[in-house]
Design a protein around this ligand. Sequence first.
Ligand code: SME
Length: 160
Amino acid sequence: MFDFRPADDCPKPEAYRQLHEAADALTAGEPDGVANMANIAALLWDFLPDVNWTGFYRMVEGELVLGPFMGRPACIRIPLGKGVCGVAATDAATQLVKDVHAFPGHIACDSVTNSELVVPVLRDGDVVAVIDLDSPSKARFDEEDRAGIERLAEIISDRI
Ligand code: SME
């Protein structure tokens, strides 16, 4: 099947370019959103070093509901405005959290998580899902990760 992992010394922008190409190739022409989210979660898991959770929460009837992911079992429903994911969905804005323990209302699904990046997926101006990445390291994610995952969200927004 698909074997994907950038070289260890690959600069992040180039690595994300490869990720975008792979995400596009994996989801192009496939109408099933669950299948596409599952493959993207697995791709992120393969691609990103130092993460303990990669996946989706979907907007369902006014709350976030767990979608396809890699990692440990997680909280199933997150109300809008609650936790990092709920704030990202309510504000339609990326949350780059260097220390989750300093984030008011952070929802601890896994006690090993120390930093988090949550990017909303928008379709026609509405938040339809969020991409959630968790890491056991503090400050694991930076502005290059933010840009890379925001671009990923654009690529898949009408495929999930
Ligand atoms: N920590 C998230 C909850 C989801 S888990 O990390 C998978 C939050 O605060 O929204």
